[in-house]
Each structure stands twice: as structure tokens, then as C-alpha cells.
Design a protein around this ligand. Structure first.
Ligand code: PEP
Ligand code: MG
Length: 319
């Protein structure tokens, strides 16, 4: 019985109407892989590579990084692995990156912006990621992308390093949707990326202009807010114009209750911490698309996060 449960937990996830939804894990390091697989993860939707950079006084070498990424890919036994480039800056401090302090760090050099100001660090990280075998298992994800120019500058590095390594399978490249401009411009991004991953923690912060670390604002900082859902809807519509897929890897995806709305908006991948996965899978397996679309349309008409939560509580009591 326990073994049957485990096999079921590890199986791919389909809705009641047969629609495939990928349910994957957010990972912070190698030690997170085993618990994620035990919880039924179909792969990794977000590896936060910060673990390699924070709490030390010099940058990790390319080889050091490669070994860590390869170990995680191996532990996933061929399952998909999405590696996000360094998302430092703002609340994530990297002491050996010597940049003048920003007056407003959340709007300053964080995420991909910091990487682009440290081209050697970015190049080492991209080379380490490109070297992981087998080619095709790993996808590359870029944090804090606000403009097409940001993306193109990174793309140029990826192309140059791929050519230098003689890699003949192009790596799949995705952008985080965590700045409203990325959602608003999704149709344009869709012509130049393979996928999108919505970071609802930052998307909520930047949509509502509320610092995600400010305890006084915490009660209002709710990713169920219809304004955030509207931006996710735009991201999905833009992605669909080129047949690109959209996942969600922010904390909103960890609420099983959010799954019906996100799926109704067009999301096809949910990535969350291991402990959230069994409930998400159980709920998703009972859903059908018509119901999800109707709920999403209703949620978009509401005024605030509390109303969206109430709508979902009524539809799925007990979750
Ligand atoms: C997010 O912003 O939702 C996200 C997944 O990234 P992080 O929480 O690491 O900033
Ligand atoms: Mg983020």
C-alpha cells in the first residue's frame, strides 16, 4: 500500500479531463533533491543558485559550480532541471561583488542586472550550466528580467559560450516574470524565449509597490490579489501567441487553492517546495479545465485578495 502510494505520488500529473500539468519542486541545493522526489516532484522548476554564492568571501569557480549542478542533475535521474542564474542584490547580499550601494536596492542592481554588471561571474555561471550532461535535461532561467535588452545581452553570452564549448543542442532559455513589464511585454518576449516562470513573490512586491520584507505591509502583500492575477493572465496570453509555456515558481504556487485559478489562466507548470506537492497533485487530479477557466474569469473580476480567497474556499472547502 505504502509503495503504491509512493508510485502514485511520483507519477506524472493529469487533470480529470486529461490535461497535463507538470508539478515540480523548488530546490535550494543538492540536499533538497531526495525529499522533493519522495514528495512526488516530477523534476525541478526552480533551482535557486544563490546557495553557491552566499555565505562565502570569494566567488565559486566554474568547475565548482559545474560539479554542484551536475550532482543535482544526476540526483534527479534525468528529470527536468531549471537552473536560475544568480539572483543577488537587494535582500541577498554577496560580499565579494563590489558595487556601489544602491539607494533603493529592490529597484537597483539585483538579479540579472547585477550579473550583467559582473560579466565574468555571469560567464562562469553560464559555462558551468551549459556543461551539465545530458544536454536537454537542464534549462536556464533568468531572474528580474525587465526589458528585452536585458534578455538579449544574456542571450549573446549564452550563444558565445555555447559555440566556444562546441555544444550542438541549444539550451532552452526562460525568463522569470517578476517585474510587471515582463508580463506586459510577454508577447514580445515569447518570440525570443522558450518558456516563462512567474515569480509571484517579486511580482506581488512590484505590482503593489510593497516591500516583500516589510513586516507592516505583510498582511496586504497577498499574491492572490486580482492585480497580480491580471498580470499572470497577460503573461499567459503573450506566451500563447508563440506556443510558449508558463509556469509559476513563486509562493502562490505552493497554495493548492491557487492551482485552479492559475491553470484557468493558462499556467501548465507549478513549482513549489517539496512539502506542498502532495496536496497540489491531489487537487489538480480532480480538476477540469472548464471549471478552472470559469473560476479564473470570476477571480479577475474581484476587488481584492480576500475576495479571491473566499471564492476559492467556497469552491474547494478543506484546502
Ligand atoms: C519570486 O520572486 O517569486 C521567486 C520565485 O524568486 P525569489 O523568491 O527567489 O525572489
Ligand atoms: Mg524573485
Amino acid at each position: 500500500r505504502a509503495q503504491a502510494d509512493l508510485a502514485h505520488a511520483g507519477a506524472t500529473c493529469h487533470m480529470a479531463d486529461g490535461t497535463r500539468i507538470e508539478v515540480v519542486a523548488n530546490l535550494g541545493n543538492l540536499a533538497d533533491v531526495a525529499p522533493a522526489l519522495a514528495a512526488g516532484a516530477e523534476g525541478c522548476g526552480l533551482l535557486r543558485s544563490e546557495f553557491l554564492y552566499l555565505d562565502r568571501d570569494s566567488a565559486p569557480t566554474e568547475d565548482e559550480q559545474f560539479q554542484q549542478y551536475q550532482a543535482i542533475a544526476d540526483a534527479l535521474q534525468g528529470r527536468p532541471l531549471i537552473i536560475r542564474t544568480l539572483d543577488a542584490g537587494a535582500d541577498k547580499d554577496v560580499p565579494y561583488v563590489q558595487l556601489p550601494a544602491d539607494e533603493n536596492p529592490a529597484l537597483g542592481l539585483r538579479g540579472i542586472r547585477m550579473s550583467l554588471f559582473q560579466p565574468d561571474l555571469l560567464r562562469d555561471q553560464i559555462r558551468a550550466i551549459l556543461r551539465v550532461r545530458p544536454w536537454g535535461q537542464v534549462k536556464l532561467l533568468l531572474p528580474m528580467i525587465a526589458t528585452l535588452e536585458d534578455l538579449r545581452r544574456v542571450r549573446a553570452v549564452v550563444d558565445a559560450e555555447s559555440a566556444a564549448l562546441g555544444r550542438d543542442v541549444p539550451i532552452k532559455l526562460g525568463v522569470m516574470v517578476e517585474v510587471p513589464s515582463a508580463a506586459l511585454m510577454a508577447a514580445r518576449f515569447a518570440g525570443e524565449v522558450d518558456f516563462f516562470s512567474v515569480g509571484t513573490n517579486d511580482l506581488t512586491q512590484y505590482t503593489l509597490a510593497m516591500d516583500r520584507c516589510n513586516p507592516r505591509l505583510a498582511p496586504q502583500l497577498d499574491p492572490f490579489h486580482p492585480a497580480v492575477l491580471h498580470l499572470i493572465a497577460l503573461a499567459c496570453q503573450g506566451a500563447a501567441t508563440r506556443g510558449r509555456w508558463v509556469g509559476v515558481c513563486g509562493n502562490l504556487a505552493a497554495s493548492a487553492l491557487a492551482a485552479p485559478v492559475l491553470i484557468g489562466l493558462g499556467v501548465t507548470e507549478l513549482s513549489a517546495s517539496a512539502k506542498a506537492l502532495p496536496e497540489i497533485k491531489a487537487l489538480v487530479r480532480g480538476l477540469d479545465m472548464a471549471q478552472c477557466r470559469a473560476l479564473a474569469a470570476q477571480a479577475l473580476e474581484l476587488e481584492n485578495a480576500a475576495q479571491v480567497r473566499a471564492l476559492l474556499d467556497r469552491a474547494f472547502p478543506g484546502h
